[in-house]
Design a protein around this ligand. Structure first.
Ligand SMILES: [Zn+2]
Length: 297
């Protein structure tokens, strides 16, 4: 998950950084090919029409009352089921396809199914039992559900970052495993999200940077409760987690970060940290605090 409070701020920053026309090139969705104009959804441009049709139909059957008039759009690896009035399905499919390429390199292959309802109420039903409050999108089993109002507030780069973040959760399935430390789950997802986004560190970690410049460096890695929607420093918790993973990748290599993540999912996160970095939790925390100070001062 990703708190939207941060993104509301970041969206403004990113708009200033990238300009409104930042729509990076990528494979366009194929021209519209109406496959089943009489069905509940209209499908255009899928890579594997029959398989994508089955996946889309399965989603539509879960909530036929929501998906009447839905459009189904494929682009490369991504498949989007969307309603008029929600996010633009072709744009969403292109972004999800690009994001899935980054995620695949780090977290394994993912063939994203992205649900783009028209209203917040529909998104809440589709995302249940996950709580979408305060989020632009949320990962579920094999899919990402977009909350249309919050997602629309994001800058183009912000949308890419959020999609890659959520698709990382989909690819790893780790958000629900209960073993991997939350800072690693969320930091790894943001590491994938920001990879290649071209966002300066102080802009991506604006809330934490303000604290560090005021002389307040976090004392410890954030815990699960620090990421909760409505937590007073939720934005900073994500930024702290991101920087912890960025530190591991920068100092020990990206493979070390990936290995740390995979080994943490399998069992003892403390031992995995020591194998990946040669440090225990206390020493790692001290090194991370120094890194945060250096990156954000
Ligand atoms: Zn997340």
């Amino acid at each position: 998950m990703r708190v939207v409070g941060l993104w509301a701020v970041l969206a403004a920053l990113l708009a200033a950084l990238t300009g409104p026309a930042d729509v990076p090139g990528g494979p366009a969705a194929s021209p519209g090919q109406v496959m089943d104009p009489g069905g509940p959804g209209r499908m255009t441009g899928p890579q594997d029409p029959a398989a994508d049709r089955r996946r889309a139909d399965a989603v539509i059957r879960e909530h036929p009352e929501i998906w009447t008039g839905a459009e189904v759009v494929g682009s490369g690896r991504a498949l989007v089921v969307a309603l008029p009035g929600g996010a633009d399905p072709a744009d969403l499919a292109r972004r999800a396809d690009r994001a899935s390429a980054v995620v695949a390199r780090l977290a394994g292959p993912v063939r994203p199914l992205v649900l783009a309802p028209a209203t917040t109420a529909q998104a809440a039903v589709l995302a249940a039992p996950a709580d979408l409050t305060g989020l632009a999108a949320v990962a579920g089993a094999g899919r990402v559900t977009v909350e249309p109002v919050s997602f629309a507030r994001l800058s183009p780069v912000g949308r890419d970052v959020v999609l890659a973040h959520e698709l990382t959760h989909v690819a790893t399935g780790a958000s629900a495993d209960g073993r991997t430390p939350t800072w690693l789950v969320e930091g790894f997802a943001d590491y994938a999200g920001y990879l290649g986004a071209g966002v300066p560190v102080p802009a991506a970690a604006a809330e934490l940077a303000a604290e560090v410049r005021a002389g307040r460096v976090p004392a410890a890695l954030p815990g699960r409760e620090d990421f909760a929607a409505g937590a007073p420093r939720a934005a900073q918790a994500y930024e702290e987690a991101w920087l912890a993973c960025r530190y591991v990748a920068g100092r020990f290599g990206e493979r070390a970060l990936v290995t740390l993540y995979r080994e943490s999912m399998r069992g003892d996160a403390g031992a995995a940290l020591t194998r990946a970095t040669g440090m225990g939790t206390a020493q790692f925390t001290a090194a991370w605090r120094a890194y945060v100070r250096t990156e954000l001062s």
